[in-house]
Ligand binder design. Structure first.
Ligand code: B12
Length: 134
């Protein structure tokens, strides 16, 4: 049986001017043969609705403006409320202080890719995240 192509929804939550990271990461994932649903700036509600409609395995959040704890918590709480927190894996990256990495993982993010994460590492993170869901 042919392996399912990994499908990732990429978004920034809330007002986020920084879009270089999300564009770079989306391009890398596409080059690696994954399907990317590029949402750009959106809300948690819209990201989750699109993720269900598009049947993605992963939601990738890019956050550079310092709102990652608040927006990340809201996204995961809403996913739990909708009962999809276990069927979709959540990954976050951007400007994230070291002390916040564990907080985000405890919150439910599969992994956290901070500034300077190399191509190979972020591709591995996304592939591993996809393996944790159906
Ligand atoms: C370029 C830049 C800008 C540009 C953005 C241009 C653009 N179109 O993106 C401009 C000039 C517009 C800008 C504006 C602002 N900026 Co600015 N900016 C930067 C800067 C210098 C580089 C960011 C960047 O593009 N990096 C290159 C990309 C490729 O790297 P990256 O996004 O980190 O992505 C990598 C990883 O993080 C990871 N990754 C990222 N996202 C994801 C997602 C997933 C799913 C995965 C797996 C991985 C992943 O993979 C990438 C490859 O390693 C940073 C400083 C820095 N060193 O990060 C400040 C920085 C992010 N900016 C900052 C600030 C404060 C602002 C402003 C508020 C300034 C102001 N007072 O107006 C505004 C933002 C307003 C807003 N509402 O958002 C602060 C944020 C502070 C914070 N988080 O607490 C920073 C950290 C500068 C600083 N040291 O203070 N900025």
């Amino acid at each position: 049986m042919e392996d399912r192509k990994i499908k990732v929804l990429m978004c920034c939550l809330g007002p986020e001017t920084h879009n270089r990271g999300i564009i770079v990461v989306s391009t890398i994932l596409k080059e690696e043969g994954m399907e990317v649903v590029y949402m750009g700036n959106t809300t948690a509600e819209n990201a989750l609705r699109a993720a269900i409609e598009e049947d993605v395995q992963i939601i990738g959040v890019s956050s550079l403006s310092g709102a990652h704890l608040r927006t990340g918590k809201h996204l995961l709480e809403l996913a739990k409320h909708k009962g999809i927190d276990k069927s979709i894996a959540f990954v976050i990256g951007g400007v994230i202080p070291p002390n916040d990495v564990k907080i985000l993982k405890d919150m439910g993010f599969y992994d956290v890719c901070v500034s300077g994460t190399k191509r190979e590492e972020l591709v591995t993170v996304v592939k591993n995240a996809a393996n944790t869901v159906g």
